[in-house]
Ligand binder design. Structure first.
Ligand code: ADP
Length: 828
């Protein structure tokens, strides 16, 4: 039942795609076949039209041939009669001529005339005429030359007397085979043409009459222009004289119009052709074909449109099918990838669908997960450990009533006795008809979370116990400084309960605080507020707190910020503090007694110098008074006494100087440490020069909060010693450097001098402690003690490092880095 198989989206897509291709292919074949039949029909129509045109041409040619033949026969009959009239002699010819002249039905015949055997015009039906010679006429010459030739139809010629075009239909007059001349009828080609024209049906049809050799006799169109011309030689009736009829397609030799020609050969040898213009003959058919094409185009277009619409519809359904299946697929993948268990539960409690996460979250075997048949009870317990009947399972209640549940915690007892805790949510599931038919159940295993919460609670509990039992006061304040919590020690030290402290701000006058120097602490100066504002810890700040009973307690407070996520400012601050009232009292007492001691030392050293000066003055007087009387021993004794006094005076001066530290020097201020060093080096310049010492200074030189002349004296003593305790015969190298070391600065003066044995280092910084006799190295033994006093007064530490005698020494002292709290502490 878990998500495992699904129909790939592509499969559906290809099915629809294949259907689309099939439809397009079928349509293409159908359209091709359809158009093949349409074109066939069109061709057939044209063929039929052509066949009809051919029939019409044949019929027309035959009919025209009949008519021409009848005319020639009639003319020949007339000529025969005229010939016999010639042979009769006398007036027979005139008589016959007049008959012809008067009885002619139309204007076809111009005249009947007779040319005697010598070639001279002997008679004309038009009346007397000059004796013209016509023996050079072609028809005369042909008939005179050929005995077998009886009738000639001559192509139109221009009459010499009449100046009119005429066709001569001529017959030889023979008497018992002897040539007696020629009778001829001059026929009007125009009138004859008119007769022919009636056989031409269409406007571009043409009917023509040719002599056997292809010379135009008549043409229904543009006749005059063809007189005497020949038809092109490719005409079939010219090449096969034995054939009597036929058809052919040619463009008209005169007008270039394509026609279908039918021809008929007359018994007298002339040929009649009838040409039907193909364009005219096909005009109707072509109109019809065009109509057919247009109709079929419309039909095809409609078909293609329909195909296109079907294709679009299919494409859409293809895309939809793809999207639907992809959506379905995506949903299934999401469901299967979800860490949370999702299931659909029927009102009977049966799990009808579930994802993979469902099995992962439940500590149950697969067959039990589905809860079908008798296997339905999961033995669930509620958060209080009470067993739940299946009718009370949230999913079953939801599937039955439609009521959804959020964040229900339920447990399943596992085989090992442990409980798997689940977070359960349910929602009703309605069918498309709106009827409730199941519930959607989502669940996740929260055992680990509950375990972690329990562990956290325990650890918090432990932490609280630790905090509560601390001797150190702990106060937690929110981002605005309001007290959120505190421990019992804090209540005790500050003299108020947690309830009193809650919601109390540092600025509250009831919680009046002062710095060590007695100045009031402003709200923004309170270390907790400084930490909230800057995010930096504040360490060891000494504050005086006036308790509600107006007594003053001194506390040394440390603060640390609490951060949350990526917040720019701390969300809270923890302050821890110790009650140092006792220590403060002791320190104050110590300071006071130290001050008294210093005063005493000052007074002693100052006042002792007076009697000492007297001792040394009187020793000088004694020496001067006795003068030469002094023996060597006495002189030595006096010398010792004077030296002793001098040395004692030096010691008193040194002691005096020592006692002055912190009392007489410049007040504390922000000074440049490098400037103090440079002053010291300037002061020592003569001895540095004399010793030829090589001094190098390096490192970052910070601003320090100090008394300027005391720091100068500090550098003077240390650099002075480095010069003084140099190794004879070797170049003196002095390296002075600084280094940041956490919350303090380190200053070091390093030399390559005589060095210090390790067992001697402890005493160096005490007053009058020297490692060398005065005659070896002059000195009072107070310099390093003075250095120590100065350094410690500035909140630092001083010590010496050496590899041993002859290996040089390194004197290092520290001073607090630039921190507000230190400034306060030092100022105190
Ligand atoms: P003084 O130099 O007047 O004797 P100090 O207090 O300055 O007194 O020095 C104490 C002793 O420490 C000196 O007598 C000397 O033996 C030793 N000392 C001080 N500085 C050095 C140094 N740079 N190298 C070796 N020994 C030193």
């Amino acid at each position: 039942m878990a998500v495992s198989a699904f129909l790939p989206a592509q499969k559906k897509k290809y099915a629809v795609h294949r259907m689309r291709l099939a439809i397009v292919a079928v349509m293409a074949i159908f359209v091709t076949l359809y158009w093949a039949s349409v074109l066939h029909e069109i061709g057939k129509n044209e063929d039929e039209a052509l066949a009809n045109a051919e029939k019409a041409a044949t019929f027309s040619a035959k009919a025209a041939a009949e008519a021409v033949s009848a005319t020639i026969d009639w003319l020949d009959t007339c000529l025969r009669m005229a010939a016999s009239a010639v042979l009769q002699g006398g007036n027979a010819l005139e008589f016959y001529g007049s008959v012809i002249n008067s009885g002619l039905p139309d204007e076809l015949v111009y005249q009947l005339f007779y040319i005697d055997k010598d070639g001279f015009l002997a008679y004309s039906s038009l009346g007397p005429s000059p004796r013209n010679y016509l023996g050079d006429r072609q028809y005369f010459m042909d008939l005179a030359a050929d005995n077998a030739l009886t009738l000639v139809v001559n192509p139109p010629v221009l009459g010499r007397l009449t100046n009119k075009w005429s066709i001569q239909v001529a017959r030889a007059v023979r008497d018992k085979g002897e040539f007696k001349g020629v009778v001829s009828i001059a026929v009007s080609p125009e009138v004859w043409r008119e007769k022919l024209t009636q056989f031409a049906v269409g406007a571009h049809d043409v009917v023509s009459l040719f002599s056997p050799d292809g010379t135009y006799l008549l043409r229904s169109q543009d006749s005059a222009e063809h007189y005497g011309q020949h038809v092109p030689a490719d005409r079939p009736f010219l090449s096969s004289p034995s054939t009597t009829s036929g058809t052919y397609f040619r463009p008209g030799p005169r007008d270039g119009i394509h026609r279908i020609y039918a021809w008929t050969r007359l018994p007298s040898g002339q040929v009649v052709t009838s040409g039907v213009a193909i364009d005219d003959a096909l005009a109707q058919t072509r109109d019809l074909n065009r109509l057919i094409i247009r109709q079929n185009l419309v039909a095809t277009f409609a078909l293609l449109l329909a195909t296109l619409l079907i294709d679009r519809y299919l494409r859409k359904s293809e895309v939809e099918a793809l999207l639907t299946s992809e959506r379905e697929y995506r949903q299934r993948v999401i469901l299967s990838a979800m860490a949370e268990g999702v299931a659909i539960v029927s009102p009977a409690g049966e799990v009808i669908f579930h994802n993979e996460g469902f099995e992962r979250n439940l500590p149950l075997p697969h067959e039990k997960i589905c809860r079908s048949g008798d296997n339905q009870d999961w033995n669930l317990i509620d958060i209080g450990g009470n067993p739940l009947s299946i009718d009370d399972y949230p999913s079953v209640v939801t599937a039955r009533t439609g009521q959804g549940f959020d964040n229900i915690t339920l447990g399943i007892q596992e085989a090992e006795g442990e409980i798997c805790w689940l977070n359960v949510n349910t929602r009703p599931l309605y069918g498309s008809d709106g009827a409730l038919y199941a519930a959607v159940l989502t669940l996740s295993d929260i055992s680990a979370q509950r375990e972690a919460e329990r562990a956290l609670r325990e650890s918090e509990e432990r932490y609280r116990t630790v905090v509560a039992s601390l001797a150190e006061g702990i106060v937690l304040q929110d981002a605005f400084g309001a007290v959120i919590a505190c421990n019992a020690a804090a209540e005790r030290i500050l003299g108020m309960t947690q309830a009193e402290m809650m919601a109390r701000y540092p600025a509250d006058p009831g919680w009046f605080t002062i710095f060590a120097d007695g100045t009031k602490v402003k709200t923004e100066e309170h270390p907790a507020m400084v930490t909230l504002r800057t995010g930096q810890r504040q360490d060891g700040v000494l504050l005086g707190v006036y308790k509600p009973d107006c007594s003053l307690s001194w506390i040394e407070i440390n603060t640390a910020p609490l951060w949350e996520g990526g917040a720019e400012r701390p969300v809270a601050v923890v302050s821890s503090f110790l009650d140092v009232t006792g220590r403060k009292k002791f320190e104050d007492e110590l300071n006071r007694s130290n001050a008294e001691l210093e005063q005493f030392a000052y007074a002693v050293s100052h006042d002792l110098r007076q009697p000492l000066r007297m001792v040394s003055s009187y020793m000088q007087l004694v020496e001067r008074h006795l003068g030469p009387k002094l023996d060597d021993d006495l002189r030595d004794f006096i010398g010792f006494a004077k030296n002793g006094a001098k040395r004692m005076d030096q010691m008193l001066i040194a002691l005096l100087e020592y006692s002055r530290v912190g009392r007489i020097g410049q007040p504390m201020a922000w000074i440049e440490s490098r400037q103090a060093l440079d002053e010291a080096l300037r002061f020592l310049a003569p001895s540095l020069e004399e010793s030829g010492a090589n001094v190098s200074v390096s490192g970052e030189w910070p601003r320090i909060f100090a008394s300027a002349d005391e720091v100068e004296r500090l550098f003077q003593n240390l650099v002075g010693n480095a010069v003084k305790y140099r190794r004879p015969g070797e170049e003196t190298k002095i390296r002075i450097w600084t280094e940041r070391d956490g919350g303090q600065w380190k200053f070091a003066i390093e030399d390559n001098g005589i060095g210090i044995a390790s067992n001697q280092m402890g005493r160096l910084f005490k007053v009058f402690q020297r490692l060398h006799a005065n005659d070896q190295y002059e000195g009072s033994g107070v310099g390093l003690a003075l250095c120590r006093k100065i350094v410690e007064r500035h909140g630092g530490r001083i010590w010496v490092e050496s590899e041993g005698e002859g290996s040089g020494s390194r004197f290092i002292f520290t001073l607090p880095a630039n921190v507000e709290g230190d400034k306060r502490a030092m100022a105190a």
